[in-house]
Design a binder for this molecule. Structure first.
Ligand SMILES: Cc1ncc(COP(=O)(O)O)c(C=O)c1O
Length: 383
């Protein structure tokens, strides 16, 4: 394990346009602050691992199960969270979205999937893709601290839902659910014999003051839950395509192994190499990243106070994605106005929760200068 601290290197606009084609595929003059990718250069240790593979000409199919990846993830999780799955619980999947889909298909009953909203926009519709009904569990966007309403969860299960799609830490709430909250969720789930799929992609991005608790580390969860994790969000390597599905129950692992080859959820060996490098050697870079993101969230708070005092924001406990309530400015679609009048591309609140037209999600993983310009532009656009 390499503990050496490595600095966060800001990408110039030209570099970002090259490295992050989706995020930066915006017209000249527009600043993108939407999709969850960071305007930072990839940790050189991770990049070297991928470059080495290509230099060695390793371009074939990956192993069906790479035991080294399970070992790497388990050691990483143990160091960072004080809990780890058994290495054999770690299964490669192409990305987190695919991992959630596989988990629903293989482990969940046919009943509905409870999806707390606002919820990650690309996961709206995921239940439907697996032939299940999506059951929204609304958490009011204006609530001081977003919490899962256990009575509502209970009622949705009583009405036939069979799975909870949990996002821990949460996007876009920026919340980290506490052990006590997760135990409360577990109790409701157990009462109904339901399942949980816990999307923990943002776990490495818990900021100072909060602590990540994996749902799987809660007693009594292994027979009904899986988690989906990845190095992709924290290490800016989403395009390399390898996430990990954590399946703690041996019976569930047997069901997964029985899946037909035609499922073909094929990940990339480059993604495996990158994930292993991140888990084995990325701690020094990740520490610098968390420090930077902590500074960025403080800067955002200061900028909002100075330029947008009527915009409300939940305290960001994790992730680099801030959920802003700009409804006081009275626009029909705050994100559209930000783009049209301010040249800032945000994620529209209504794609996370129906009706949240006054809310936006702002990606703060950029340079302090760019974040300052973003907020200054938003202040003019929304005025
Ligand atoms: C909560 C959450 N899950 C999943 C994803 C997407 O992950 P992947 O690209 O691995 O499917 C994101 C991306 O931002 C996310 O925020």
């Amino acid at each position: 394990m390499t503990e050496t601290r490595r600095p966060i290197v800001d990408l110039t606009e030209a570099e970002a346009r090259l490295s992050l084609p989706l995020k930066w595929g915006v017209p000249e003059g527009v600043i993108p602050a939407w999709v969850a990718e960071m305007d930072y250069a990839v940790d050189p240790v991770v990049l070297e691992a991928v470059q080495r593979m290509l230099a060695d000409g390793i371009t074939g199919y990956p192993l069906e199960r790479d035991p080294a990846l399970g070992e790497s993830y388990a050691a990483w999780s143990s160091r960072h969270f004080g809990w780890a799955p058994q290495p054999e619980a770690v299964h490669e999947v192409v990305d987190v979205t695919a991992g959630v889909r596989v988990a629903l298909d293989v482990f969940s009953g046919p009943g509905g999937v409870v999806f707390p909203t606002p919820g990650y926009n690309a996961q709206h519709g995921l239940a439907g893709v697996t032939g299940r009904a999506e059951r929204l569990l609304e958490v009011p966007a204006s609530a001081g601290r977003a919490e899962i309403d256990l009575d509502r969860l209970d009622a949705l299960f009583a009405a036939g839902a069979q799975t909870l799609l949990l996002t821990q830490p949460h996007n876009p709430w920026g919340r980290v659910f506490t052990r006590a909250e997760l135990e409360g969720i577990r109790d409701v789930v157990l009462r109904h014999g339901a399942r949980v799929v816990s999307d923990e992609i943002h776990a490495p991005l818990v900021l100072p003051g909060a602590e990540h608790v994996s749902y799987l580390s809660i007693e009594g969860t292994h027979d009904h839950a899986v988690a989906v994790v990845a190095a992709s969000k924290a290490f800016n390597i989403a395009g390399l395509k390898c996430a990990q599905l954590l399946v703690p129950s041996a019976a569930d692992r047997a069901r997964l192994a029985d899946q037909p080859m035609s499922r073909n959820d094929s990940w990339s060996p480059l993604g495996v190499a990158a994930a292993r490098a991140a888990y084995d050697h990325g701690d020094g870079w990740l520490a610098s990243l968390v420090e930077r993101l902590d500074q960025q969230r403080t800067l955002l708070g200061d900028l909002l106070a100075a330029h947008l005092p009527d915009v409300r924001m939940r305290p960001l406990e994790a992730t680099y994605l801030a959920w802003l309530d700009a409804s006081a400015h009275g626009h029909d679609d705050a994100a559209a106005v930000a783009l049209e009048r301010g040249g800032v591309m945000l994620s529209a609140g209504h794609s996370y929760a129906p009706g949240s037209t006054g809310q936006v999600r702002l990606n703060i993983a950029t340079s302090p200068d760019r974040l300052t310009e973003i907020v200054e532009r938003l202040a003019k656009a929304w005025a």
